[in-house]
Write a protein of this length. Structure first.
Length: 139
């Protein structure tokens, strides 16, 4: 009986956290969904040809695949889960704003790779810090 009460209390504590997490990811992926169809045309307007677009977007995807797990390990080691996500979100948003002033292949590559590295921890399908915070068992 007491165990059932404790489970209900822990579920009540987890619900607001889960709701905030869902709202954050809804906002994040809504922004991805709105920007993604227009990014190639925007980058082409910055002076990139079709081959260069493929290299830039493919390189960004590859970098996200590498940086996501690395960022997770760093956050685990430093026990700085929220700080890492906040810093990465600010860095990714700042890099997106820099797109407005850059032109040419190499500058676009640099900004795209910085943004990809910063977005990696935000868009990983499974984040250990979230599972640690929301579940009573360790992953």
């Amino acid at each position: 009986m007491a165990n059932a009460r404790e489970n209900r209390r822990s579920m009540a504590v987890e619900r607001p956290l889960l709701l905030r997490f869902m709202l954050l990811y809804c906002a994040l992926f809504s922004a991805f969904g709105c920007a993604s169809p227009f990014l190639p045309a925007f980058l082409a307007g910055r002076g990139l040809g079709p081959e260069e677009l493929g290299l830039v977007l493919g390189g960004a995807t590859a970098l996200r695949l590498v940086c996501g797990p690395v960022a997770g390990r760093i956050a685990d080691r430093l026990q700085a889960f929220r700080a890492e996500l906040a810093v990465c979100a600010i860095l990714a948003a700042s890099a997106a704003l820099v797109y407005l002033v850059v032109h040419g292949f190499w500058t676009v590559v640099a900004i795209t790779l910085v943004q990809a590295a910063a977005l990696a921890p935000l868009s990983s399908p499974r984040r250990r810090p979230f599972t640690r915070t929301c579940s009573s068992t360790t992953p």
